[in-house]
Design a binder for this molecule. Structure first.
Ligand SMILES: [Zn+2]
Length: 90
């Protein structure tokens, strides 16, 4: 395996479901090639950070959007109730 092949398989190397035969070939190349080793470590860290951020940020954004939607609905319902109670109290 050469560097180009290694870089083409980088995603497979990070993927824990990759076959052990392919992983062994990638291991062998990374062990003897410091450039690919660094590239692999950097890519793996980036992927891990991305995955962690995805887990943290996505629910927060969603929560804010849900809160916003709920607040809009609540204010509309309050307005409607106010109008409604205002007209029926008399
Ligand atoms: Zn290499």
């Amino acid at each position: 395996m050469n560097c180009r092949e290694f870089l083409e398989r980088l995603e497979d190397y990070i993927d824990p479901q990759t076959a052990t035969e392919l992983r062994a070939e990638l291991d062998t190349h990374a062990f003897g090639c410091s450039h690919c080793q660094v590239t692999f470590n950097t890519t793996r860290k980036t992927v891990e950070i991305y995955r962690n951020n995805e887990l943290y940020e996505l629910p927060q954004n969603l929560r804010e959007k849900i809160q916003e939607a709920v607040m809009k609905k609540c204010s509309k319902m309050r307005e409607a109730n106010k109008d409604c109670s205002g007209s029926t109290s008399e």
